[in-house]
Ligand binder design. Structure first.
Ligand code: SF4
Length: 321
């Protein structure tokens, strides 16, 4: 199946979208933070990102949901920086502490092509939004050199309409989080009171663009939306609300209920999240999703908290897990 962006590349629209994304950098409004800093002259906003893509790691990754990892791995590129400040971020070394290397578009295009050569099923862009102009520039170069993997947009789900317009026709698979439905939780745990507002609109728009995730004969996802929800300690009512709101949009949307929470980074600052998840906290959320009749629910063991905890100071952050 041809990737979504191929049509845009042929029509010249990919070039236009790339230009529009770069234009946003002069008064950055790539995400709902709307910092309005001029990144073209070196100013930095909330995410701390500059004028080049900052990449922490690129590798075949087998820890995504089965239709995304497949048998040969998702071609995962972990970008640095983030528009959220989640106290419990397991990727804090790259999202908050700046691990990563700045890459020019030609080099980033080479990274994309290399993941294709390694046989990955897709290009899995993790936390890409602050880097969107550079990703589009790199994509143009890569496509001209034979790149054709489907693109996964793997995001915390805090996205503006502006970014979603740019992504329309570029992305094959949206893989967003739904972290919070309740603004006080979003403010306390991620410094983003308006997260639920933007997140709910973003999920609707992603669904409009790509529909529910479709899986091919080999069991690999080709196009569509798959939503993730990480279950947090002491957060049952918010989790249940999120699941209900997704069900009201469509029960055809596969939902991945993640059990991999473990206290880390600054989670000690809020006592209710400063402990691992209890099995019952997880199973109650799964039970509701089943009752509501979701067609596909991905679940995890509670041991996932150790298996999927990365260390980005290593060459392979997931080695030995
Ligand atoms: S991408 Fe970064 S600089 Fe731009 S609006 Fe978002 S947080 Fe601010």
């Amino acid at each position: 199946m041809e990737p979504a962006y191929h049509k845009l590349w042929l029509s010249g629209e990919l070039k236009e979208k790339t230009r529009a994304a770069w234009d946003l950098l002069s008064s950055c409004s790539l995400c709902p933070r709307n910092c309005r800093v001029n990144r073209l002259i070196g100013e930095k906003g909330f995410c701390g990102q500059g004028l080049q893509a900052k990449v922490a790691r690129a590798l075949p990754h087998f820890g995504e949901e089965p239709p995304l990892s497949g048998s040969r791995g998702a071609g995962t590129v972990f970008f640095s920086g983030c528009a959220l400040r989640c106290l419990y971020c397991q990727n804090f070394q790259i999202s908050q502490e700046g691990i990563g290397e700045e890459l020019a578009p030609e080099i980033l295009a080479g990274v994309f092509l290399d993941l294709q050569i390694q046989g990955c099923h897709n290009l899995d862009l993790v936390s890409p939004t602050p880097h969107l102009p550079f990703i589009l520039s790199a994509l143009k170069i890569a496509v001209s050199q034979g790149f054709k993997l489907p693109i996964i947009y793997n995001t915390h789900g805090y996205l503006s309409e502006t970014a979603l317009d740019l992504l329309d026709g570029v992305v094959d698979i949206f893989l967003p989080d739904m972290k919070y439905g309740e603004k006080n939780r979003a403010a306390l745990l991620s410094q983003a009171e308006d997260y639920p507002l933007y997140n709910q609109d973003a999920i609707k728009e992603m669904y409009r663009q790509v529909g529910p995730l479709k899986i091919d004969e080999q069991g690999v996802g080709s196009r569509g939306l798959l939503v993730r929800h990480l279950i947090l300690p002491e957060n049952k009512s918010d989790s249940l609300e999120i699941i209900r709101s997704l069900a009201s949009l469509s029960k055809e949307i596969p939902i991945s209920l993640m059990a991999q929470y473990r206290p880390c980074y600054k989670s000690h600052e809020v006592s209710e999240i400063n402990r691992p998840l209890h099995p019952r906290e997880y199973s109650e959320v799964v039970a509701l999703a089943e009752q509501l009749g979701f067609e596909e629910i991905y679940v995890q063991n509670l041991e996932s908290a150790e298996i999927y905890y990365p260390d980005f100071s290593r060459d392979d952050p997931f080695a030995g897990k």
